[in-house]
Design a protein around this ligand. Sequence first.
Ligand code: FES
Length: 178
Amino acid sequence: MSQPLENKQPHKPATRKEMSRRQFLSYTLGGAGAFMMGGAALPMVRFAVDPLLQEKAGAEYIKVVEESKLTAEPQEFSFKRLQVDGWYENEAKLKAWITKDESGILALSPVCKHLGCTVGWNNSAAHKDQYFCPCHGAFYTKDGKQMAIARAPLDEYEVKVDNGIVYLGAIKPNTRVK
Ligand code: FES
């Protein structure tokens, strides 16, 4: 009598899972799609954040007046500065009240420290030899110290003198008075 044939092949444990054709296609198409999306989105992200990556340069010095023209009495001078804000560039018209006395050259910003109106020198009969703001009545000494309304002294410009010419740089807090 013959015995039924037995499978003499040893059982082989599965070592790895085969990938179906459908899985292969979906992985391949998904990967290619993500790569293409990344390639398209990267320039847009770069464009959006580019101004933030630029190194901020300090304000450049602008030639304003000959030093010999300065006096102990404040005088108003106008000048222009190119301002860059992100992608927007414009030429700002700026003013400074400049004096030269025994303490040196002081160039004050005319922007009132109350709410930003423009102060003038000796522009109010009630405030002789002072800066006065017509908006709400703040007034300041010749060094820019606040006397009423405003809570801080007038800011000043960085000053540089080269070859008899006065150049003004960035605006900074007043260094003569508190
Ligand atoms: S803005 Fe100058 S007093 Fe108010």
